[in-house]
Design a protein around this ligand. Structure first.
Ligand SMILES: [Zn+2]
Length: 414
């Protein structure tokens, strides 16, 4: 069964539970847990098999850390293709061909400059070796999970879309304030995922079902995509140097109905959940049907921090022409004073080189607390703006409808 078939079957879709915590519970503790796909492939496969026997419809590979940034820390960058292949093989060994293996990939742990040390291209390339190997090895979907920075998630989605033919699903993790570590609200994550072509959107890790409930509601209201929710077995407790997740399978089964009622199409578990938890969730979802989705994706502009109805943003639009060699911060104060009432900003980049547009957005877009729209003079300028801007935007300029469509932007004509 392909992932897309599984995603659209009747009833609630059941994912597997924790992998890292299951390996640790067996004493399989490795500095680089993905090495276990080679050194202990039978043990990894046995965990996948246990999840399938518990009733999971989809399993996730043991490959969370297989991006070049994380693997470079172990000096194992060049091993990524082999380890990705071994991860998919371990899943196949465990569950056969009947259910899809989702290839799990997690965050780099670094950020784009100025928050971190990465350039856009380095971040993009960080995902390419694992994605290519996962596709070759027969993974059904790229599951871009435990995401805490929408900018990085967006770049990973671009790499997935441009470098493979596989479907992709971003899954985000949230803090106690209901936002990601980098301040992204759930609605912005969901809207951006849908407009960039993801086949579903997810929430994983973060906390237990109770902590995730408001986030599930916010995402459900913002997207028509299937929503997949994989909480931890409660908030971790630290006792005598040991991390423990408190919820038993029965506890989880008692707390998950609220998640289903809030609109989840798929559920599973993250840290601390076991095949016993998944078996209880299988009983819980028996006979349940899918939730109602919004009828259509709302027409919105999003920036990594805000989501605005498109009509409202267009009605109160401030504008700014970027001069070659200028920076946003140079003129920021004047601009902000002049346009205090503006809901969104139109940035005219038609006099600026594409490389300069890209660099400026990478470095300074976060100074803008409102969505940016662009006026571009040609396709190269539009492309630079749309690739590097972290949000859903709208575009003015001659002949740019195709570029806008490719990045899920609204085209507003010349
Ligand atoms: Zn987790």
């Amino acid at each position: 069964m392909t992932f897309t078939e599984a995603l659209h079957k009747e009833g609630i879709l059941l994912f597997d539970g924790g992998m890292g915590t299951m390996l640790q519970a067996q004493g399989l503790i490795a500095e680089c847990p993905e090495m276990l796909n080679q050194t202990h492939q039978a043990e990894v496969a046995a965990i996948h098999r246990a999840y399938r026997e518990a009733g999971a419809d989809v399993v996730e590979t043991n490959s969370l850390g297989l991006n070049t940034v994380k693997m470079a820390k172990h000096g194992l960058e060049s091993e990524i293709p082999a380890l990705a292949q071994a991860a998919v093989e371990a899943a196949r060994l465990g569950v056969g061909e009947d259910i899809p293996a989702a290839f799990s990939i997690g965050p780099t742990g670094d950020f784009l400059a100025p928050y971190g040390s990465l350039t856009f291209d380095a971040l993009y390339q960080a995902f390419v070796p694992a994605f290519a190997a996962a596709e070759k090895a027969g993974a059904a979907v790229l599951y871009i999970e435990t995401q805490c920075d929408l900018t990085e998630t967006r770049v990973a989605m671009l790499a997935a879309r441009e470098q493979t033919a596989l479907p992709y699903v971003p899954s985000f993790t949230f803090e106690g304030n209901g936002r990601t570590v980098m301040g992204n609200p759930p609605a912005a994550c969901a809207v951006l995922a849908q407009r960039l072509g993801a086949v579903a959107v997810g929430i994983n890790c973060s906390g237990g079902p109770e902590e995730l409930l408001p986030v599930v509601k916010a995402m459900r209201a913002a997207t028509t995509l299937p929503l997949i929710v994989q909480p931890n077995a409660g908030l971790p407790e630290f006792l005598d140097g040991v991390t423990r997740f408190p919820f038993s399978p029965q506890d989880m089964a008692e707390k998950m109905p609220a998640i289903l009622e809030a609109g989840a199409d798929g559920i599973g578990g993250c840290c601390g959940t076991t095949p016993a938890h998944i078996a209880r969730l299988r009983e819980l979802i028996a006979g349940r049907s899918r939730p109602r989705h919004p009828d259509a994706l709302p027409e919105t502009l999003s920036h990594r921090r805000v989501v605005l109805p498109l009509a409202e943003a267009l009605a109160a639009l401030g504008s700014f022409a970027l001069r070659p060699g200028s920076t946003l911060s140079d003129d920021m104060e004047d601009w902000m004073d002049e346009t205090e009432e503006a809901e969104a900003m139109l940035l005219d980049v038609s006099a600026v080189e594409p490389e300069e547009i890209a660099a400026l957005l990478d470095e300074e877009q976060d100074l803008m607390r409102r969505p940016l729209l662009f006026r571009a003079g040609n396709a190269a300028q539009a492309e630079a703006a749309l690739r590097h801007y972290c949000g859903i935007t709208a575009l003015y300029g001659p002949g740019l409808a195709e570029a806008a469509a490719r990045y899920g932007a609204y085209y507003l004509g010349e």
